[in-house]
Design a protein around this ligand. Structure first.
Ligand code: ATP
Ligand code: MG
Length: 428
């Protein structure tokens, strides 16, 4: 053992067998709600042309500027272009939609996806370099009812998963008609205070001024806190859209807050934006972010189509779920039966019984380390087995097995080929 261990990369993690319970609870809840809300599953590759994100996510976003894992595939026969690990799911979903010609067949489509995303961020609480998102994209609809549907869907998933202490924030950031005016106001206001901004935000003044509202640095947050909001500058179309959304959410009894300074980290959002936050996460407290992206499809070479979607951070959500529940004991596998070998020559016969039990649909296991009968009984206890099947020379001679109910301690015998039936009867 003198070799140095190779460790996992910063910002990546393993999920060990006993850590899956909440993961599945969240994904199962999401799946149930996607089916109830009529969203179809979409899977896209983890690698795509870098250009997809440069165009889609936006050249001036942090993600594209600093966080993409890209390899230069110049000269490779298959593509010759740079290839990136996907940092987010929306541009691939739009690409898949356009590439399969859905806009010509059935324009309106609702998709969901889940899987790993990659961003070279500074690893911190809830922020990883390989993380996972569960997201939806509703493509081809401009009704504020659709915005409401996605917000209610995210809420339904969290409720279904048993999460409680979250809050939903919404805003309307305007459209191409009214936003330029706001951008100008923002620039004028912030230029005078540029000495209060972090270097990143100073650069953003020209490139991407709205992002300053999304800066996580405390001094920048303070500077923008009493800035004029966009709400008063919205055009009539955006005002109406926002009003209808709120009316619908009110009618559904959804508890939300308006946050006139809420913007998202991605360039393509228009009109409605929203975030679901949970205090357990600290400074970066968003567990789900979404909104409307009416310009993206055309920008990616497709027709003019309005869309709305969200992405949930799986790890961020799990931190919130774990904080709300008592830490449990590591969950064990709880097999129905543990097969215990009493005499060494019986071991192969034990394996035969194990296979018969599994063939009958029972979860079953045995020892593979050649340990004593006593140690095997301890393993049976530790794994939480309901029954033990004891096999030694005597059992083999009599062509039978001894069964033991681990809770009552009661023991009985069954014929060699009736062991599985006996357990099934006892379980029923
Ligand atoms: P945020 O504003 O929260 O930083 P974002 O605008 O950069 O997110 P989105 O794709 O909209 O990017 O993120 C949706 C959610 O996915 C985030 O709120 C967060 O919960 C999760 N997420 C994003 N980046 C990471 C990451 N590096 N590690 C873990 N989770 C992440
Ligand atoms: Mg953001």
């Amino acid at each position: 053992m003198s070799e140095k261990l190779i460790k996992s990369l910063a910002g990546t993690r393993d999920i060990l067998p006993w850590q899956w319970e909440k993961w599945h609870a969240l994904h199962d809840a999401a799946r149930r709600q996607f089916s109830i809300y009529g969203y179809g599953e979409l899977a896209t590759p983890i690698i795509e042309e870098a250009a997809l994100f440069i165009k889609g996510t936006g050249e001036s976003t942090e993600i594209v500027e600093k966080q993409m894992y890209t390899i230069d595939a110049a000269g490779e026969e298959d593509s010759g272009n740079a290839i990136s690990l996907r940092p987010e799911g929306t541009p691939p979903a739009v690409r898949a939609y356009l590439e399969s010609d859905l806009h010509k067949k059935q324009k309106f489509q609702k998709f969901w996806y889940s899987g790993p995303m990659f961003r070279r961020e500074k690893p911190q609480k809830g922020r990883l370099r390989q993380f996972h998102q569960i997201g939806v994209e509703a493509i081809g609809g401009d009704s504020p009812l659709l915005d409401a549907e996605t917000i209610l869907l995210a809420d339904a998933i969290y409720r279904d998963a048993g999460l409680k202490g979250y809050r939903t924030c919404i805003n309307n950031i305007g459209c191409e008609e009214c936003r330029p005016r706001y951008r100008e106001n923002l620039r004028t206001y912030l230029r005078d205070r540029s000495d209060e901004l972090c270097p990143d935000c100073v650069r953003r003044l020209d490139r991407n001024v709205l992002r300053i509202l999304d800066c996580k640095n405390a001094p920048c947050k303070e500077t923008v806190a009493d800035m004029p909001s966009i709400t008063g500058l919205l055009c009539n179309g955006c005002k109406d859209h926002y009003r209808t959304l709120k009316t619908v959410l009110d009618a559904q009894g959804l508890d939300y807050q308006e946050d006139p300074h809420l913007v998202r980290g991605l360039d393509y959002y228009t009109q409605t934006v929203y975030e679901i936050k949970h205090e357990e996460l600290g400074a970066r407290d968003t567990i789900c972010g979404g909104g409307r992206y009416d310009g993206l499809v055309a920008q990616m070479g497709g027709p003019e189509l309005s869309c709305v979607g969200f992405a949930m951070g799986v790890e961020a959500t799990l931190i919130a779920m774990e904080a709300e529940t008592e830490p449990d004991e590591a969950t064990s596998l709880n097999p129905d039966v543990y097969v215990v070998c009493f005499d060494e020559p019986a071991r192969i016969k034990c394996f035969e019984q194990l296979t018969m039990l599994r063939g009958a649909g029972l979860s079953a296991d045995m020892d593979y380390e050649g340990r004593s009968a006593k140690a095997q009984m301890r393993s049976a206890d530790r794994t939480g087995a309901d029954f033990c099947m004891l096999i030694g020379g005597l059992e083999i001679e009599n062509c039978e097995v001894t069964l033991k109910d681990m809770r009552s301690g009661q023991q009985w015998k069954a014929a060699w080929d009736k062991g599985a039936d006996a357990i099934l009867d006892a379980l029923a």
